[in-house]
Design a protein around this ligand. Structure first.
Ligand code: F6P
Length: 528
């Protein structure tokens, strides 16, 4: 059990408050660059597969140092160690969070070779690592068989939340690495329009359904899976074993559903951290075993960077400290993510779940109400599209929203002029946000001093995507750690599920007994 100290109970927190009052609030990026010719070097950072320019953020070096102090005083280093030791870091569910183990290559011993005495924990880690490797090998072999099966032209992934967003985001992002010409469909919503549209486009004999659900109880997924199976049988599909696969920790429920091909994972893999597990099967089918292993390798390199680097040169830590500085001192309530690569178009949605389901918490691990804000609202669209939609608000709105640009140096197409224009736009937006533009006409005045981070990948590859996602996971872990919350549970999704069940019955019975006036009124309208 690690000892964690909540950020607001540290000495550094008080010092940061003082620093914010004296210099932080009035910090000006233009002045900072004018007075420090080394600012870019001091506030940029290389990490596996990517480069980060943090210099256009509202921070100076003394403040950054105080934030490192804060992290140390919160016990971040010990908490990080606990994460990688497989300790219980999800206390409300009494679980470890070992998504990092899914990407650890088998050649590297799982426990510390220096350890003279093997603890029970390290033995169980070794056992978990063995299970990971054998499931991975089986899943990749299966993916290979599907890739060689020309009769299968369509893959339909049925899952929601982490069982949808990760594989969907990654399959789209790595489209350039896919071979075989198979079509991938992702059905998540219980809204029948979604499944119906996919079923209109596919044929039973050439479709593989992947039923992806950690729990195998999620109502949306079970409803879609049941309807897909009924459609399959109705349309003359004969071989459920060949056309339905389950990706789940609840292998018994998948068996009861009638699925023979099952790839399991474990309760220590959170849904939003599960793309590295069997949930990643669509990606493995798309890019093959070597591609999927590269995806894992990229993430592993980032794990090692996070696990071993000093806080001062640790990119997930530096990003998370900026997040905390913005949320709790500047009072910014959101962050916009702007991927300047259309293949990353589902990245904002993916990061939304990662950040907001992990850190959207109002009590600390000891169930004490928090006196400060936690997860910001995360949102965004690919550039340059966003520029013609909401960037107006980013430049001239009343709220300051830190922007995170994600750009890729080398494209996977042969239209170099397009890419140059795309990159010029990403740079220009970051520059415009920071520099602003004075104009006597207030409507044309840009205040500037608006912060942004620039993440740059050399190329968008399985490896760099893996590193980018692992970077974001660890950043969320760090901010959650400093905020003193449990980043690995999600009790906030439960109430709506219970109420929906009750209301589904009432939609049939029309019974409005005990309902609030608004819900009763809407129920009556829906029934009329
Ligand atoms: O309802 C929230 C949630 O539990 C997410 O955390 C999860 O990713 C999603 O639902 C899907 O859950 P499952 O994979 O168990 O179907």
């Amino acid at each position: 059990m690690t000892t964690r100290t909540r950020c607001d109970r540290t000495q550094a927190w008080s010092e940061l408050q003082a620093s914010f009052a004296s210099t932080g609030r009035a910090f000006d990026l233009r002045r900072a660059f004018a007075t420090d010719s080394k600012r870019f070097e001091a506030l940029s950072q290389s990490a596996p597969q990517l480069f980060a320019d943090l210099s256009k953020n509202l921070i100076d070096l003394p403040t950054q140092q105080l934030l490192f102090d804060l992290a140390r005083q919160c016990g971040l280093e010990q908490h990080r160690q606990a994460l990688f030791a497989g300790d219980i870091v999800n206390p409300t569910e009494q679980r470890a969070a070992m998504h990092w183990l899914l990407r650890k290559p088998p050649a590297i011993p799982v426990d510390n070779a220096q350890e003279a005495i093997k603890t029970i924990a390290s033995e169980s880690l070794q056992d978990a690592a063995r299970q990971v490797q054998s499931t991975l090998a089986a899943m990749l072999a299966y993916a290979q068989r599907v890739r060689e099966d020309d009769a299968i032209t369509d893959i339909v992934n049925i899952g929601i939340g982490g069982s949808d967003l990760g594989p969907q985001m990654a399959v789209l992002a790595l489209e350039a690495f896919a071979s075989g010409g198979r079509r991938f469909h992702f059905v998540s919503n219980v809204d029948g329009h979604e499944l119906a549209a996919v079923l209109r486009a596919v044929k039973p004999q050439s479709t593989l359904f992947l039923i992806a659900s950690k729990t195998f109880t999620t109502i949306e997924t079970m409803t879609n899976a049941g309807s897909a199976k009924a459609w399959f049988l109705r349309e003359g599909g004969a071989d459920i074993a060949r056309h339905f696969v389950a990706l789940t920790t609840n292998v018994a429920a998948a068996r009861a559903f009638g699925i023979e091909t099952r790839f399991g994972f474990w309760d220590w893999v959170g849904g939003r951290y599960s793309v590295w597990s069997a949930i990643g099967l669509p990606l493995a089918i798309a890019i093959g075993a070597d591609g999927f292993r590269s995806f894992l390798a990229g993430a592993h390199a980032m794990d090692e960077h996070f696990r071993t680097s000093a806080l001062e040169c640790n990119l997930p830590v530096r990003l998370a400290l900026l997040d905390l500085w913005y949320r709790n001192f500047h009072g910014f309530t959101s962050r916009s993510i702007a991927p300047y690569h259309s293949a990353l178009r589902r990245l904002p949605a993916y990061l939304q779940q990662l950040e907001m389901e992990s850190n959207g918490k109002r009590v600390d691990v000891d169930a004490q109400a928090l006196p400060y804000g936690t997860a910001p609202v995360l949102w965004g669209e690919p550039g340059t599209n966003g520029q013609h939609a909401y960037f107006q608000m980013l430049h001239q709105g009343t709220d300051v929203v830190p922007v995170e640009f994600v750009a890729v140096r080398t494209p996977c197409h042969d239209l170099p002029a397009h890419h140059e224009l795309l990159l010029a736009n990403a740079l220009a937006q970051a520059q415009a946000l920071m520099l602003g533009k004075s104009d006597a006409d207030a409507h044309k005045h840009f205040p500037g001093n608006r912060p942004s981070t620039f993440l740059l990948l050399d190329e968008l590859t399985p490896e760099s995507l893996g590193a980018l996602i692992a970077l974001q996971e660890h950043r969320v872990f760090v901010s959650g750690s400093l905020w003193g919350i449990n980043s690995f549970d999600q009790w906030g999704v439960e109430l709506g599920k219970v109420l929906a069940k009750d209301l589904q019955a009432r939609l049939q019975s029309a019974d409005a007994t005990g309902l609030d006036g608004s819900t009763a009124g809407l129920l009556a309208r829906l029934r009329s």
